[in-house]
Design a protein. Structure first.
Ligand code: HH2
Length: 339
């Protein structure tokens, strides 16, 4: 039976004997939790782990497209959709979208994520030509005259990715983890674009109904699925060092399943790649914190964001940029006080 090893991150300033850096970043670990299907977790000290695994868990993650991971990074969401769950229709018009992009970067965005198809639960697929028509003008304008941060294109479709990259997009963000359109891997390979592989099941239309029965152990199943998606991308020619993984909060997961993933999100450091988390304004925050209006879920989103940073997660995909930038900068100032 396979062992899954989760480093137990520490953000305390104490000089703990034997503590190792987690993914070369701001958190450290002295112990790990060994998880096995159907068995209780076992806690082991780092010296019980194999040298190869320790290398994977401790090595600094390679910089991707000019972004290094010695500090937490923020990806600002720019939805060019009339129907996104939290900000639908607000930024769909050209100049408004550009203003919003500039505001996100001035408030702290390291990367912009541009999307022309809502993937909220129940959303309908957008035809490729329409998705291209939504994203291309904004990408062209941002590439020509926008803030100088990488532009990520949130799409499941190889045709949209190809058009977006030609217009000036830098990264591809695929919420289907290469399940929707396997040709997307070749587009990433040929262009050299960094590729975010997110875990999801089914389609936005079917995923929530499937969640209840989809997993034997949600954490370990999502880990296996992301590992397999990374292998598919690498086999298609995408360099491993340009892949980012994301457990896909809310994509075919119930609230208890989302919480199981968030609680032990550090397990994904075992893949040896940067981790991205997109929990911003999602339904779970509304249900747990009692906030029906998605646009008012910034504080709950930042709460999850700080938890993720404490677990060594490298990139947060967020709507409320200023709130996250402030929260993270103060978290860091407390965790690593000036000498
Ligand atoms: N979530 C959404 C869209 N894209 N990409 C990644 N990598 N991770 C995520 O969690 C993720 C994502 C859904 O959120 P949003 O863009 O705000 O809404 P919508 O899909 O309705 O446009």
């Amino acid at each position: 039976m396979r062992d899954y090893v989760r480093p137990i991150p520490i953000s305390d300033p104490a000089d703990l004997p034997g503590a190792l850096p987690l993914a070369g970043g701001w958190a450290r670990f002295t112990h790990a939790e060994v998880l096995r299907r159907g068995r209780p977790p076992e806690i082991v000290a780092v010296d019980a782990l194999s040298p190869g695994l320790l290398d994977t868990l401790t090595a600094p993650r390679a910089a991707i497209g000019g972004i290094d991971f010695d500090r937490p990074r923020l990806m600002g969401i720019l939805n060019l959709t009339p129907d996104s769950f939290s900000d639908g229709g607000q930024h769909a018009v050209g100049t408004e979208a550009l203003d919003r992009a500039r505001a996100l970067v001035s408030e702290g965005a390291d990367i912009l994520d541009i999307g022309g198809e809502s993937t909220r639960p129940g959303a309908q697929e957008v035809p490729e030509a329409e998705e291209i028509a939504r994203v291309r003008p904004v990408i062209e304008a941002l590439a020509a005259d926008g803030p100088s941060v990488p532009l990520s294109l949130d799409t499941r479709k190889s045709g949209v990715a190809r058009a977006g990259l030609a217009a000036g997009a830098d990264w591809i963000n695929d919420v289907s983890g290469l399940r929707f359109d396997p040709a997307l891997a070749r587009v990433a390979a040929e262009s050299g674009a960094p590729l975010v592989l997110m875990h999801s099941i089914g389609t936005p239309g079917t995923m929530q109904a499937a969640a209840a029965t989809a997993y034997e152990d949600v954490l370990l199943d999502v880990y296996d699925a992301l590992e397999a998606a990374v292998a598919v991308a690498v086999a298609a020619g995408v360099p491993r060092r340009s892949i980012i993984v994301d457990p896909g909060i809310g994509f075919g997961k119930t609230d208890p399943q989302n919480r199981a993933l968030l609680a032990r999100i550090g397990l994904f450091h075992g893949l040896g790649l940067p981790i991205l988390l997109g929990a911003s304004r999602k339904g779970m925050i509304g249900r747990i914190a009692g906030v029906a209006d998605a646009s008012r879920r910034g504080p709950g989103s930042a709460g999850i964001g700080l938890w993720a940073v404490s677990q060594g997660v490298q990139i947060l995909r967020v709507h409320d940029m200023e709130m996250h930038r402030q929260a993270i900068s103060l978290w860091q100032a407390c965790a690593a006080p000036a000498p």
